[in-house]
Design a protein around this ligand. Structure first.
Ligand code: HEM
Length: 132
């Protein structure tokens, strides 16, 4: 995808933590993960993120905090899939720098296929488009 196609795909598709969840690479499905609101299609990195891979915990999830902190702990993942997104507000400069490094790597390697939004924002956008 070129730059314009990327931006269009990114704008077109919206996921919430819950609708992202099925993109975990199981049963031949694609593997997506989100980093700071951008959803990446990491299916070509199935060996990393697919079932049995070392980073499978990030599949179908907001991976931001885990990547920033270099941790696979369950705590790193958004617990309430229908709640607000992780703002990462408590992270320090080193963690944010690590996260940015991952983002750059992903941007070079994978396509952005959508945005991750909280359910409340998803519903608000849906209501807006109905009233137009
Ligand atoms: C024992 C420690 C670790 C070892 C030995 C290890 C090893 C590796 C190796 C060999 C690669 C492949 C590099 C490449 O060929 O592109 C890789 C990539 C990666 N690692 Fe680790 N890693 C470790 C810890 C971590 C931690 C703590 C995280 C984050 C929580 C992490 C996240 C990643 C990610 C996201 C990739 C990139 C996969 C991609 O290109 O999509 N790794 N790691």
């Amino acid at each position: 995808m070129d730059y314009v196609e990327q931006r269009m795909a990114e704008q077109a598709a919206r996921y919430t933590p819950r609708t992202l969840l099925p993109f975990d690479g199981r049963d031949g499905r694609q593997v997506y993960l989100a980093v700071r609101g951008r959803v990446f299609d990491v299916s070509s990195g199935r060996n990393f993120y697919g079932p049995g891979g070392p980073y499978e915990n990030f599949a179908g999830r907001d991976a931001s905090r885990g990547l920033a902190c270099g941790s696979f702990d369950e705590d790193m993942l958004t617990k309430d899939l229908d709640g607000p997104l992780d703002t990462l507000a408590d992270l320090g400069p080193d963690e944010l720098e690590a996260l940015q490094g991952w983002e750059e790597r992903f941007s070079e390697k994978y396509d952005v296929v959508g945005r991750l939004v909280a359910v409340a924002d998803f519903d608000a956008a849906a209501a807006d488009s109905k009233s137009e």
